[in-house]
Design a protein around this ligand. Structure first.
Ligand code: ADP
Ligand code: MG
Length: 700
């Protein structure tokens, strides 16, 4: 940036503007100065008062803003003797440019960009005016620092009272002037990307009171001056540059789905659709119509799109509103396909794979980067943080890295991620719905083996999902016929469409095409659904009716007391019911969650529990299987067997022999297979160990 000179005409114009329009704002700032030291101005206020000046800000921002700040220094504020040094910050610019559309013509112009914060350095002080001491005469020479590289005096300047000689200089940090600096990397909104385009990024420079306010994962709108920074390779300066933006104003988007435009027309259509008594089924059928079957799963995904009502309890505890869904199943059952579809459908969604090796992975991390931050550690957001306030679709969930595994727990339950690494201590938000897909370790899902043994995930993490659906590739003649017919028809339909649109003289008719496409045409187009969901999440906050509360409570109590021993069915499941019932009310755009909504929630949870939480021995639903991987009856049995081993060990130095354990257990009514299974399990869990002579002893 070239040295800026005060231009008295511009200063005078600004002064007039400030006196007429911002006098009271400036006085308010003066009261809390220097804690508050920025004057925020809506671009359109300037445009209304002086269109020429507004135009000038856009085209010559450095000069215009410099003079505006000069004018601010001149304004008399009665309450203060000291001179104010206020930043001039303008927002609501007319020209928002997409990051991928930045071109050379934008350099030097004031523009607005929107995006997601991908990385942030920590706040660093940078010198703006440096004080150097001449090692020959001791004079202190001040130099304004405007470049990236620190500039030293070339001689001991006489006009600053120096000796005029060429000398060596020592930097006096205590006499230099510092300003806070921070660099962030902004990535374009994933919603605006189509297909598998790579999101583009841009570096944003923040100064003074703008630093430390935004974090990776935030969605922001930034006004700033676009400029170019020279690229370097080793010590050479290259002739190509990259874009960067000097931010002058930042705004964090907090409203739900602000970026989705809903016109009056749209609103009418949304309200009309919401009156349809069959809206839920129609929505469900509109989800991935090319995928056959999976009615229950698609129903769950419909509710997941809408999610429950975010709440803050009077004691400050936040309750998660997002519904987490896990699909586990056989290969080739369209799990990945379904995820991709949901990614296209859900507003603000991020699609990631647990096995993909980006540095930040699924959660977040601190990384070192030569290009972006000169080798410093920076905080980088992963998929769940980027999906904050949105929807995360994660394929190959079971293949995530160890680091992610460590923080995933907190990310899903508390919806935040803490990072303590390389001097960075930060907590990032990850408030999003998670739709994950996992493959069983053995390749195929076995309904008779506890879930956590089949997928490479700890039970505690598995239990963070509200709904878990095993997807089995069962062969069943009827289903095979229907599924293959569906897939083949959709293929033929698409072939016809291609043929008709690409061949010069197609022998097929559009009616033929439509007849094949019929069953894969969604009732509601994805574009409409996105708007519908955004509308519901913005405007609808259902309250449970008393009847709805009652039946959920009855259901819960019933579960808990269904058996003589209490069946562990935890309050976590209770919250799940509430979230699903609220989501179900939102589907109808209703502010009341009725008994029907509660019933729908109960029915969906039931379907999932009977598939994964059933205790094979008792035929009852047992949440323990999901939470700990061991059913209640298994636990009881292990306790009995531990007792037997303890008694046997009292009379034997070399531990309890397996034959003796089996024998004694049979007397207690446990068959030999179960005993062996339990002993093996306890050995794995290091509750038992084997003595050199082959006996079992209890680990204490
Ligand atoms: P997964 O991720 O479960 O291993 P994919 O999503 O990669 O499976 O699906 C494999 C292929 O099989 C896809 O092309 C998908 O369209 C097809 N397919 C599998 N099941 C169905 C189904 N129920 N309906 C339509 N297509 C299906
Ligand atoms: Mg897959």
């Amino acid at each position: 940036m070239a040295r800026l000179l005060r231009d008295e005409t511009i200063v005078a114009t600004w002064k007039e503007f400030f006196v007429n329009h911002c006098k009271s704002d400036i006085e308010t700032i003066a009261l809390s100065y220097p804690d508050i030291r920025s004057l925020l101005i809506d671009y359109w206020d300037i445009d209304k008062a002086n269109p020429e000046l507004a135009e000038q800000i856009l085209n010559q921002p450095y000069k215009t803003i410099f003079n505006a700040e000069e004018a601010l220094k001149d304004i008399d504020v009665s309450t203060l003797n000291e001179k104010l040094c206020i930043h001039f910050r303008v927002f609501n610019l007319p020209n928002t440019i997409s990051i991928r559309d930045l071109r050379a013509k934008h350099a030097g112009k004031l523009i607005a960009v929107e995006g997601l914060v991908k990385r942030a350095t920590y706040v660093m002080p940078a010198i703006t005016i440096s004080a150097f001491q001449c090692q020959k005469c001791g004079a202190v020479i001040k130099i304004e620092q405007e470049e990236d590289i620190l500039k030293e005096p070339s001689e001991c300047y006489e006009d600053q009272g120096g000796c005029g000689r060429i000398s060596s200089f020592k930097l006096l940090t205590s006499h230099s002037l510092f300003i806070d600096n921070q660099k962030i990397e902004l990535q374009e909104n994933p919603d605006n990307l189509r297909g598998s385009e790579q999101p583009q990024k841009i570096t944003i420079l923040l100064e003074d009171d703008l630093v430390g306010r935004i974090f990776p994962g935030d969605r922001v709108q930034i006004s700033g001056i676009c400029h170019t920074m020279q690229r370097r390779q080793a010590n050479f300066r290259l002739k190509t540059f990259y874009f960067a933006i000097d931010a002058i104003h930042i705004e964090i988007n907090e409203t739900a789905y602000e970026e989705i435009d809903i016109t009056e027309e749209d609103e009418k259509e949304i309200l009309k659709a919401s009156k349809d008594p069959d809206i839920y089924n129609k929505m469900r059928q509109s989800i991935a119509p090319s995928i056959y079957g999976m009615e229950i799963e698609k129903g769950a995904l419909t509710l997941q799109l809408f999610s429950g009502v975010p709440k803050i309890m009077p004691d400050g505890t936040k309750v998660r509103a997002d519904i987490h869904v896990l699909l586990v199943g056989d290969p080739g059952t369209a799990k990945s396909q379904l995820l991709k579809y949901m990614h296209r459908l859900a507003p603000r969604s991020i699609l990631a794979s647990g096995s993909a090796s980006t540095k930040a992975g699924l959660t977040a991390t601190a990384v070192r980067d030569e290009k972006f931050s000169e080798g410093q550690w920076v905080l980088e957001a992963g998929a769940l943080v980027l999906a904050n306030n949105g929807f995360a679709c994660i394929d190959e969930f079971d293949k995530m890295s160890e680091e992610d595994r460590g923080s995933m727990h907190q990310a899903m339950a508390q919806q935040e991620i803490s990072i303590a690494k390389a001097g960075i201590n930060a907590t990032l938000k990850s408030k999003c719905s998670v739709l994950a897909a996992a493959n069983p370790k053995q390749g195929r899902f076995d309904p008779f083996i506890p879930l956590h043994e089949q997928i490479n995930m700890r039970p505690a993490l598995i239990s963070r999902f509200d709904l878990i659906f095993p997807i089995l590739d069962e062969s069943n003649r009827e289903k095979d016929i229907a599924l293959s017919a569906h897939i083949l028809r959709t293929h033929k339909g698409s072939e016809l469409a291609e043929n008709i649109s690409k061949c010069d003289k197609s022998e097929y008719s559009e009616e033929q095409r439509d007849s094949f496409m019929e069953n894969i045409k969604p009732i509601y187009e994805p574009e409409f659904l996105r708007k519908y969901v955004a509308y519901a999440k913005r405007k609808i906050f259902p309250v449970m009716t008393d009847e709805a509360l009652e039946i959920i409570q009855a259901r819960y109590v019933d579960f808990r007391s269904n058996s003589k021993e209490s069946i562990p069915f935890t309050p976590r499941q209770l919250e799940g019911y509430v979230r699903l019932a609220e989501a179900s009310a939102r589907v109808r755009l209703s502010n009341k969650a009725t008994i029907d909504d509660a019933k729908r929630a109960i029915s969906i949870v039931n379907k999932y529990l009977t598939r994964v939480g059933m205790d094979r021995e008792t035929g009852k639903i047992d949440i323990d299987i999901i939470e700990t991987g061991i059913s209640h009856s298994q636990q009881k049995r292990m306790k009995t067997i531990l007792g037997i081993i303890a008694t046997l060990c009292e009379s034997s130095e070399s531990g309890a022999a397996i034959e003796d354990i089996i024998h004694k257990a049979e007397i207690e009514g446990i068959d030999s297979g179960r005993t062996e299974e339990a002993v093996k399990h306890m050995k794995e869990r290091k509750e038992l160990f084997v003595t050199p002579t082959g006996g079992y002893k209890i680990n204490v």
